[in-house]
Design a protein around this ligand. Sequence first.
Ligand SMILES: Nc1ncnc2c1ncn2[C@@H]1O[C@H](COP(=O)(O)OP(=O)(O)OP(=O)(O)O)[C@@H](O)[C@H]1O
Length: 314
Amino acid sequence: MAIAYMKNIVKRYGTQLALDNVDLDIGNGEILGLLGPNGAGKTTLIYSLAGLIGIDSGEIQLFDKSQKGHMIEIKRQIGLVTQEISIFDDLTARENLEFFGGIYGLKGKALKDRVDETLEFVGLSEYGKRLPTKFSGGMQRRLNIACALVHRPKFLIMDEPTVGIDPQSRNHVLETVRRLNGQGTTILYTTHYIEEIQAISSRVVIMDQGHVIAQGTIDELVEKIKHEEKIKLEVAEPSEILLEKLRNLVGVKQVTQIGRQIQIISRVGSGNLDRALSIAKDAGGVRSVSAEKPTLEDVFLTLTGKQLRDGEEG
Ligand SMILES: Nc1ncnc2c1ncn2[C@@H]1O[C@H](COP(=O)(O)OP(=O)(O)OP(=O)(O)O)[C@@H](O)[C@H]1O
């Protein structure tokens, strides 16, 4: 059963088409990983699903109800963790949660109990009386998540919740997502970190330029490019001429380079491993070579033509 359903969604900002006839179902109880390069339309999709921005056309349903006419009722069952940390610096962690719980109509003992539970859930019980300005980036992110959880939503939408945090806090966030899901919460999770998607998603949707271009389990997506292989070369002298020669080989779909490392996505059985090796030898020498099976990252690269973290640090 789908908990959320989007059909033919179109959203423009002026002349910029941000969502171009998007169809998407989110199944009850799944962790759906949403991947896409910068500007693909992920945040626009999330904001329209959460009812924060209007769409130009199409139909959105949540919990079997159309957004039109039922938004207040729907919003009570959604939690949204935004990319920017949206907490009050001059309120303690506990007061932040009391504020957000209050918005959802919680009060008295019910509110106190829920705040205690939520602080415990994100591992901040000992810090309830502290101001978030004294928190590390990871703790602030956890409080940000807690604020979206205090009313116990059935459906949690998370827009890059781990940006800029240390690995330990990231693991804590991922563990929180798993535990929530184990308790029955459906989660839509966007990130630029493919390893996070691999760690938690039951299904993945890849977007590019306002379109959903692929969806399925990780195995199903990798299956889509089973006719391709990944050749990795470490060359002595990388150059544009060398890259151009590799790109011109028949059957080659992608050539990317980072320093001396060159990665080639090529059709299986095209014989390009030997050809690439010989071209690279002539162009100054090869330090190492390997051929590997494609990964989710290669699916992304093949389908979008872009690295997942174009223009991003780390
Ligand atoms: N408020 C806005 N006004 C005008 N254009 C916008 C606005 N918000 C987004 N866009 C444009 O719409 C397109 C989709 O943007 P969106 O932020 O949804 O992408 P995204 O996949 O979330 O990107 P990122 O990974 O960088 O957050 C982009 O071309 C973006 O420049």
